[in-house]
Design a protein. Sequence first.
Length: 324
Amino acid sequence: MLNALLPLLRVCSVFYTIASRILYRRIPDLGPVRLIKCLRVLLRKDSLVQHVRDLNIDIAPISRPLRGLNDLLRRVLLRLPRLRRLTVECRHAHPHHDPFLMATLCAASHAFSLRHLSVTLFPDEQLASFLASQPHIEELVLRGPPAPPHADFLLPCSALPRLRSLRSVHTGPILLQHIISGRPVQDFFLVISVAALEPFLNAIARSAMPAERLTLMVLEKMSPNDVVRQVSERMTSLVMLNMVFLQPQGSVDTLLDMREPLKKFTALRELALMTANLKMDEEAQEKTAKAWHGSCPTLKSIMLPHGKAWFLIEGNTWTKASLG
């Protein structure tokens, strides 16, 4: 899309107006050099900044902080009143990026109103301040580091009143508890280890609303049955449960053991279990789908390993569709 639109900018003024409106609506990850060029263009041309809704900033390839870049970024952000989605990538190996970058974001935070924020930054006072300045955020993505939040990370109770979706990659349960507590979060995506499962589930329980959608990516060896059991003990109102196991334990027969914990779900409609090394023939898949539905009658779709999807037609009759 990007390469196709660029030539249109040079055709005529009419094409320029149409193409620039589309081209600058979402600014993707351009790399440091092209990002700087793009920011300079936005700083010069008032006609373009009104189009920007989505901005991706990736300074991970830069090994040391550049004050000039942060100043340029601040000046551009102040000119983006229609910005709704912001993604910020920062290299953890060089944590000195964070103070400069977060100071930049905080200085410009009054100029826009985000609905989606994705950040790779250390949880400190400045990040808390920035989150508190964006009351319309509905979707939040946090990526590392797994260290607990700094003692100064104090998020006011009034912050993030509309937060409904939270994705966590390599962040700790203590930080998530700070963010989830008292807020109406119902959609979760978590990358977890075995030891962190219970603390993460306890953190989710602090939400002001019952969890409805949960996706878990389990990094270490763990039985799917154990995961479902722990989830069912805390989140009976789930509508969707997705589980991805990178190193699963158990066999096809053990999947039938999930019937007992599945009985506790009262509204579960979608259940997905993804793993690379668990083989199931069609007979075993259908048997598993029927067994799970027998324990959880609200189920309408089931995803089994290798992209095998089963959909309920009527009664306890299931049909298969291969998505892989």
